[in-house]
Write a protein that binds this ligand. Structure first.
Ligand code: GLU
Length: 491
């Protein structure tokens, strides 16, 4: 059996979108599942769409996600260069396009913009209406001499594929099965542009063949062009690779996931407080389902589990709540050192006082799904927020302003006397007080926690909070509570 070789072939035209990331991941997993090779190829033939910084993003993302390539621009495997502009500079595409011209499978086209404008036709793609040019093979009828004369004059030209207009072409996709396309739909696409660069449509075929790619993994938007690619493989006498087209990813409204939706790029997701492993895990499920009900997979586990025959044809919804849930699971499972590394910067944004930030981090670890949620949980540590004494009334705890005031007044001297503000110390002291007073735990703890936090819900209970804010601040908050309650009750 030949070794599986897959490639990720991004164009450096922007950020790494979830769709690109999934393609990279699936290509990686398909190769690694069978101990194959994963190749990185940079497809930079569209010079107009080049985006500064995009290459860095590609390398950074692959490194951060652990999708380590075996070959690529920085790792020669003998079939390079791995950057299309460098391959172009070597005259590689020109050589192959000439072979096609000689075989009658491609031809020079000198039609200018004005003429092409007249060939424009409109169609609707989803809700958007688009215009395409269906080329009418005008230049196919030029004689060899006419072509040569035009070339000699230096007339600008493109090279087009010469496709049949009758009959149909069928190809096999590993996910979608056999797909037939009427040849009338195969336009004579441009293989080489007037700037001498190949189009994606041509370069992908030449490079995938020369790089020995066995499985082409890419988004299903390429399905309709695949018969044209196969005609190129056939024209060269090359074996057609296996195709693994990945289903569409949509937003929650079932529209194609758009770049403008803030969640669409890997870097955006990191900025929003998601962790890499959770993103990868979540993205792996956008079009694939494992055999078991298990949903949490490390990259190593995915390599073992991922079987592309279990990929789906139907669109996958990019579901932020589900991603958040998964992220929360990853946060809970994180070892503490790594967790602090993530959490502390978010805590420092809110807590400016010299408090034990790690203790605060410990309190929120199981409460957050993404790191940006930390702020809302810990906003009371620095300053006691303004709060309403109605908060002391809690039906289930059987508390109200009166009994809360009484409890706090009795707790105050006990808390003034001790210097042990450790969680355990406070616990023993207050629980003893509660036992002696023969009240329910909640009747003692609800007022105390309300007093020291000013909030109805907090990460951790009264003791954890008091341990962090310390004696002086705890007492000052309790005295303030007593004042507030007295004020209310004497009104
Ligand atoms: N350069 C293409 C893109 O970024 C890659 C498509 C493919 O994987 O063949 O969309």
């Amino acid at each position: 059996m030949t070794k599986i070789r897959t490639r990720f072939a991004p164009s450096p035209t922007g950020r790494m979108h979830v769709g690109n990331l999934r393609t990279a991941l699936y290509a990686y997993l398909i190769a690694k599942h069978e101990q194959g090779d994963f190749i990185l190829r940079i497809e930079d033939t569209d010079q107009e769409r080049f985006y500064e910084g995009a290459l860095d993003i590609i390398y950074r993302t692959l490194e951060k996600t652990g999708l380590v390539h075996d070959e690529g621009p920085d790792k020669d495997g003998g079939v390079g260069p791995y950057v299309q502009s460098e391959r172009q500079a070597q005259g590689l595409y020109l050589k192959y396009v000439k072979q096609l011209i000689d075989k009658g499978e491609a031809y020079y086209c000198f039609c200018d913009k004005e003429r092409l404008e007249t060939l424009k036709s409109s169609f609707t793609d989803g809700e958007e209406s688009k215009e395409i040019i269906v080329y009418d093979k005008h230049c196919l009828s030029l004689s060899k001499e006419e072509v040569e004369a035009k070339l000699a004059k230096g007339m600008p030209y493109v090279v087009r594929q010469n496709n049949p207009t009758e009959g149909s072409t069928t190809f096999h996709d590993e996910i979608y099965g056999d797909i037939s396309v009427d040849n009338s739909e195969l336009d004579d696409m441009i293989l080489m542009k007037s700037d001498g660069y190949p189009t994606y449509n041509f370069a992908n075929v030449v490079d995938d063949h020369l790089m020995g790619i066995t499985h082409i993994v890419r988004g299903n938007e390429y399905i309709s062009s695949t018969p044209k690619y196969n005609r190129l493989y056939d024209a060269f006498g090359w074996d057609v690779p296996k195709y693994v087209h990945c289903p569409l990813i949509t937003d929650e409204n079932h529209k194609k996931l758009a770049k403008r939706s803030g969640h669409a790029s890997f870097e955006d997701l990191l900025d929003q407080g998601f962790v890499t492993e959770a993103i990868i895990n979540y993205v792996s499920l956008l079009g694939w389902s494992p055999e078991s009900d298990e949903e949490i997979f490390s990259l190593e586990q995915l390599v073992i589990e991922f079987d592309y025959t279990r990929m789906s044809k139907s669109p996958s919804v990019f579901d932020i709540p589900k991603l958040k849930w998964m992220n929360g699971e990853y946060i809970k499972a994180m070892d503490n050192d790594r967790y602090y590394e993530f959490a502390l910067p978010y805590i420092k944004k809110v807590v400016k006082k010299d408090l034990d930030l790690k203790k605060i981090a410990d309190l929120v670890k199981t409460r957050i799904e993404i790191f940006t949620e930390i702020a809302e949980h810990i906003d009371f540590f620095d300053e006691l927020p303004e709060y309403n004494t109605a908060m002391y009334t809690h039906k289930k705890m059987k508390t109200n302003s009166e009994n809360s005031l009484e409890i706090l007044k009795e707790m105050l001297p006990i808390l003034e006397k001790t210097d042990d503000y450790s969680v355990d110390g406070l616990h023993d002291m207050i629980m003893e007080f509660i036992a002696n007073k023969e009240i329910k735990n909640g009747q003692g703890l609800w007022p105390l926690r309300t007093a020291v936090s000013g909030k109805q819900s907090t990460p951790g209970g009264a003791f954890e909070i008091m341990d962090i804010i310390g004696k002086e601040e705890s007492l000052s908050r309790i005295r303030k509570a007593i004042n507030l309650l007295e004020g209310e009750l004497t009104e």
